[in-house]
Design a protein around this ligand. Sequence first.
Ligand code: COA
Length: 336
Amino acid sequence: MKQARIIGTGHYVPENVVKNADLEKLMDTNDAWIQERTGIKERRHIVPGGEDTTSTMGAKAARMAIQNAGIAVDDIDFIVFATLSPDYYFPGPGVMLQQQLGFREEIGALDVRNQCSGFIYSLSIADQFIKTGMYKTVLVVGSEVHSGGLDMTTRGRGVSVIFGDGAGAVVMQATEEQGRGVLSTHLHSEGQHAEELALIAPATTDWIPNYIERNDPEDIRYYPYMNGNFVFKNAVMRFQQVIGEALTANAYSADQIDMLIPHQANLRISQFIQKQMNLPDDRVFNNIQRYGNTTAASIPLALSEAVQEGKVKEGDLICLAAFGSGFTWASALIRW
Ligand code: COA
């Protein structure tokens, strides 16, 4: 059976840097609180009305991944695009990416809605298509524009200081080399906690005309809600479980991981997992300090930076893990 390898990585973040001190001007928060609780120093926000959108940022990350892979756009057979913040309610950004990258062929484009786990779910989908031989080369993109939808007042401070905008992408390709590339992926969900981290409206049960008619600025269902403590406790538990599951499935132990790239939810979550797994600092990659939580973009963005910095080398055992809204959680083990 064929294996799927990541042959190129890329990322893109908007130029506009929003420091914790900038948020102090908008809401009752402070740099010390944000850094102590989350590790975040700054994040990127798009400039409203500018050229950056979820799809255009995804396209920029994709172009870098395609260039680093040393292939042409038309070598790609299929697109998988993960986001919770699409340009439009529908269609999803996959088709926009197909248009923006200028494909000659009318290749398929799939949109994935799994929030913080979206990238690993997408990687898993690409892996299955490649393993079965249906596609040879698949582009996987994660991109998010959170900034426009956050409650940037004191009311929303528990959520809005955490999230940032950005994009990451990988090109995956079939290889005959066994034991190389994606070794396994592990996907989970627990829908009973759907409302613990969610953006409820607009919903098909309460559609836009009702919203316009009510015109109620206090209707917070139009902003993301997060039960922070509950999410935190579940995240640390599920991260450990799903990483353990990947290691067991491949008969590896934690000390054999060369680089753990956790979804960048909160630096304290990453540090907790690192401690539990007894991993040294140089085997865990974090960049949440500079970008905040970029949801589906966070893992490909971190992976791309890790590759660029020479921290991921050929033959390394790479572990990706994520937890987020749904709840959904996932892991992937990769022999680079
Ligand atoms: N600035 C200043 N104070 C803030 C604040 C902010 N941005 N946000 C909340 N606070 C206040 C709260 O109002 C609360 O005040 P009180 O004690 O007077 O009621 C206090 O800080 C503590 O709030 P709490 O929510 O208990 O803090 P916490 O230590 O749980 O940290 C999170 C909050 C959100 C950082 C933390 O729960 C977390 O990281 N959760 C998981 C996040 C996550 O991973 N999300 C994505 C999953 S993919």
